[in-house]
Write a protein that binds this ligand. Sequence first.
Ligand code: NCD
Length: 308
Amino acid sequence: MAALSFKNLLDANQITKEDALTILSLAKEYHDGSLKGKKLWDDCRGNILATLFFEPSTRTRFSFETAMLRLGGQVISLENEETTSIKKGETLADTARIISGYSDMIVMRHPKGHSVASFAEYASVPVINAGDGANQHPTQALVDLYTIFREKGRLENLTIGFMGDLKYSRTVFCLLTVLSHYKNNFIFIAPPSLKISDERKKVLAKQNSNIREVENLDEVIGELDILYATRVQGERFATKEEYDKVKDSYSLSKKDLVKAKKDVIIMHPLPRVNEIHPEVDSLPNAKYFEQAANGVFARMALLSLMKK
Ligand code: NCD
């Protein structure tokens, strides 16, 4: 099996074009097997995955855990730091040393930017960043890339609209980072206060993608091959007042799609709050639940390729 270029996955920038191809091909293999009824593989047999979540999660944690179990491995899990020695004042560095002695791989989510990278410095087993504040969430980018590949059959020559909280969304920036290996058109759809930061825009400007910014979906809906919506990240705002001002900026309903291409796909990393009206769920264009389910296959591929 082709090796990946990284030992720990902390930042979407580490994922080379070759890595992406290796992961996507293996994810497809697992997915095809699953569609044929296969439920259990041996590729991680004997391995224990530790999942450490210091911030809420449904999809990321469960899909990683399901992935490890499907690969024949086992899982130990922390959902609540209140029940660990962190509560007694143990540092993340010591926690990394300790959990490395109990597991073969660690998946970690933490509210503080860069904390997973610092943790990884003290871990002796591979560490995967499952989200560190508004900073990074590289495995969601792999899930999204795999979904695009499956639904569109290609990763280039696409016009992709990113709508919603582009300021704090870690999934948008990570997906943009992995997509930078391919040539696409990106349209950012956000009110002024939720625009992608200048710092992130500078990074993207160095890549070969075309970028446009608009405030209203209506201006661009007819051009899109993919509409990627995001939740306004309430937990990242300094005050509730600031969040309240923008929390209902967008709510996609069927009428917003009247001018859309027939085969536009709608993606969302989920959870959604009000960004997509439930009436959209039954359209063939709505792919966010498939996207969530794809998380298992993309993460199976990653675990399988990263294990020691
Ligand atoms: C996202 C996240 O945690 O960044 N969810 C996920 O991992 N599927 C998006 C979000 O919380 O809005």
